[in-house]
Design a protein around this ligand. Structure first.
Ligand SMILES: CC(C)(COP(=O)(O)OP(=O)(O)OC[C@H]1O[C@@H](n2cnc3c(N)ncnc32)[C@H](O)[C@@H]1OP(=O)(O)O)[C@@H](O)C(=O)NCCC(=O)NCCS
Length: 173
């Protein structure tokens, strides 16, 4: 899919970013996966500053460096994806190296599969050899996205909320 690109969010993308967020709200969704909290952040400029810090500066104890990208097709943001550079205890069990979301109106067009494929290339360039991706057992679309990118299920971990987290590894070689 040549037309989809992962780009680092910039201040001039505010209008598109806010409309991306608004669409989730309009569809009744309360969380934007792979967006580093874009749903909750009131000030777009602050959000850009925060994700830039997380990419470039030393993080406080317990937090890991990460890069957050917009997936764009032309001028339109179709998804968000975050790459965490290493795993802490929580990420090892539940969060994984990569989180992603596709805006509701753009789902089932192959975008998540392509976003993950491009993110894995970035992981390769970061020197990662194995990438962990987790998803809820009920999230068939996400599980398919991971498996289509070479994910092998390691195990399933029950969560306190009663759900089950599946843990998949992708080997980059
Ligand atoms: C999960 C999500 C990222 C998938 O994005 P997408 O762009 O629709 O995925 P793709 O179009 O690349 O589809 C990947 C595969 O999953 C399948 N799929 C996607 N959504 C599906 C659904 N709701 N039910 C069943 N299969 C689904 C597709 O058919 C495709 O498989 P196929 O090629 O074998 O047919 C998207 O639904 C989303 O953003 N959900 C909310 C956030 C989320 O769950 N993020 C992941 C957290 S781990």
């Amino acid at each position: 899919m040549e037309n989809l690109k992962l780009v680092l969010p910039t201040l001039d993308m505010e209008k598109e970013a806010l409309s991306y967020r608004q669409e989730y709200i309009d569809y009744g969704e309360t969380y934007i996966h792979g967006s580093a909290g874009l749903m909750k952040e009131e000030d777009y400029k602050l959000w850009v500053e925060k994700i830039t810090y997380a990419r470039t500066e030393k993080m406080p104890e317990g937090l890991v460096n990460a890069s957050t990208y917009f997936a764009v097709v032309g001028d339109r943001i179709v998804g968000t994806i975050q790459i965490r550079y290493r795993l802490n205890e929580f990420l090892l069990n539940y969060g994984g190296h990569i989180g992603y979301g596709v805006r509701p109106s753009e789902r089932r067009k192959g975008y998540a599969t392509e976003m993950l494929s491009q993110a894995l290339e970035i992981c390769r360039n970061l020197g990662l050899e194995c990438v962990l991706i987790t998803c809820d057992k009920d999230n068939i679309g996400s599980a398919r996205t991971v498996m289509k990118n070479g994910g092998i299920l390691e195990n399933e971990i029950p969560r306190e909320d009663g759900g089950i987290t599946q843990r998949y590894w992708i080997t980059l070689k």
